[in-house]
Design a protein around this ligand. Structure first.
Ligand code: DSN
Length: 406
């Protein structure tokens, strides 16, 4: 019997959500559509299995098959990213970062990371997150003139504050990261370097962006953004740190891994190692550049004046819209974006001065640079207070029909 007859309420929500997704232009930079093969194993019998421990070292019987599955995911992750060791059990990016801190640091040690409002992440030491409460945090910032990281200033700050850990890799920073420079800075102060490539993991795997290896000691990526996998995370490191990372994951932080998720990660990694995925990764960036240029033609101010990745942040401070208002108005016509702080934002994080846009999801649906430019026009029209939103909503629905979720 299917879910339709067993639980019609959930079945209807499922249909409604599928309709919402296919009739929306999704520009949320951290979202994507996972392929059917991944969904197939996510909803599989692997979810029934308890597997505390690691392949060959479990605390439950009956793990011969899931041992092979987890080992396959580990081997694929190491091969795809050129890493010596992979842990595929972390439930998502935030937990993965806490696991890494637990493996590398003592409470009270110093972490140096990018400030959240400048594009960093909550789990990189914000005071509302446990990371900010357990460690001493020193934030670096975006250069006010270029809107980009200033490696000289970062090097000076590292010399002044002697961090045990430097984090590079961000949630709302659109430029390629100078990994060799970060590696040199970390070495010069004897700090470990964590590359949080949660946003760009798939673009790095697809060789569209430079890899943080061999400069970073630990690399973490979520699996559901540019990698197009299930929700989850992979922690990659050198052999020397493997034991510390594995122990900090289990039993240090989590119990049983989600084996259905690990199956999804294995499938996603196999897809990401293919030739087509390289094209996908390059196209995400081409589309983001086209979207950014398209928006600049309508006089929108883009932080750092453009992008090297899949995402961009629009500074709306002088536009008459707050980020929240813009997000809500765009949602009315069927375009989803997420509000975002901008460096030195005068507004609150809940109602900040910017919006963040990304092209991962629409590129999966076949978006081209010409389509991205069309989207820029629709955004500009929607944020014109005199526009008729009903007319724009129909245009968006028509546009979405050209880009089905397959
Ligand atoms: N929520 C993710 C993002 O949108 O970037 C980060 O956790």
């Amino acid at each position: 019997m299917s879910i339709k007859t067993k639980d019609p309420l959930v079945a209807k929500l499922l249909i409604d959500e599928a309709k919402r997704q296919s009739s929306t232009i999704n520009l949320i930079a951290s979202e994507n559509y996972t392929p059917k093969e991944v969904l197939e194993v996510l909803g599989s019998v692997f979810t029934n299995k308890y597997a505390e421990g690691y392949p060959g070292k479990r605390y439950y019987p009956g793990n011969t098959i899931v041992d092979k599955l987890e080992q396959l995911a580990i081997t694929r992750a190491c091969k795809l990213f050129g890493a010596e060791h992979a842990n595929v059990q972390a439930l998502s990016g935030g937990p993965a970062n806490l696991i890494i801190y637990q493996a590398l640091l003592k409470p009270g040690d110093t972490i140096m990371s990018l400030k959240l409002s400048h594009g960093g992440h909550l789990s990189h030491g914000h005071n509302v997150n446990i990371s900010g409460q357990s460690y001493k945090i020193v934030f670096y910032e975006i250069d006010p003139v270029t809107g980009q990281l200033n490696m000289k200033k970062i090097a000076k700050l590292a010399k002044d504050c002697h961090p045990q850990l430097i984090i590079a890799g961000f949630s709302a920073y659109s430029r390629a990261i100078d990994w060799p420079a970060f590696g040199k800075i970390a070495k010069s102060v004897k700090a470990k370097l964590l590359a949080d490539i949660s946003h760009t993991g798939g673009l790095i795997a697809g060789q569209a962006l430079p890899s943080p290896f061999p400069y970073a000691d630990v690399v973490m990526t979520t699996t559901h953004k540019s990698l197009r996998g299930p929700r989850g995370a992979i922690i990659l490191c050198k052999h020397a740190l493997a034991n510390a990372i594995d122990k900090a994951t289990f039993p240090g932080f989590q119990g049983g891994p989600h084996m259905n998720n690990i199956a999804g990660i294995a499938v996603a990694l196999q897809i990401a190692s293919g030739r087509k995925f390289k094209t996908y990764a390059k196209n995400c960036i081409k589309n983001a550049k086209a979207l950014s240029e398209g928006l600049q033609k309508f006089n929108y101010k883009i932080i750092s004046d453009g992008t090297d990745t899949h995402l961009l942040v629009i500074d709306l401070a002088e536009s008459g819209w707050s980020g929240k208002e813009a997000e809500e108005r765009l949602e009315k016509v069927g375009i989803t974006v997420s509000r975002s702080t901008i460096p030195n934002d005068m507004r609150s994080p809940l109602n900040p001065s910017g919006i963040r846009l990304g092209t991962l999801a629409m590129t999966t649906r076949g978006l081209t640079p010409a389509g991205a430019k069309q989207i820029a026009g629709v955004i500009a029209a929607t944020l014109n207070k005199k526009s008729n939103l009903t007319v724009i909503k129909k245009q968006v629905a028509k546009f979405c029909l050209k880009y089905p979720i397959k």
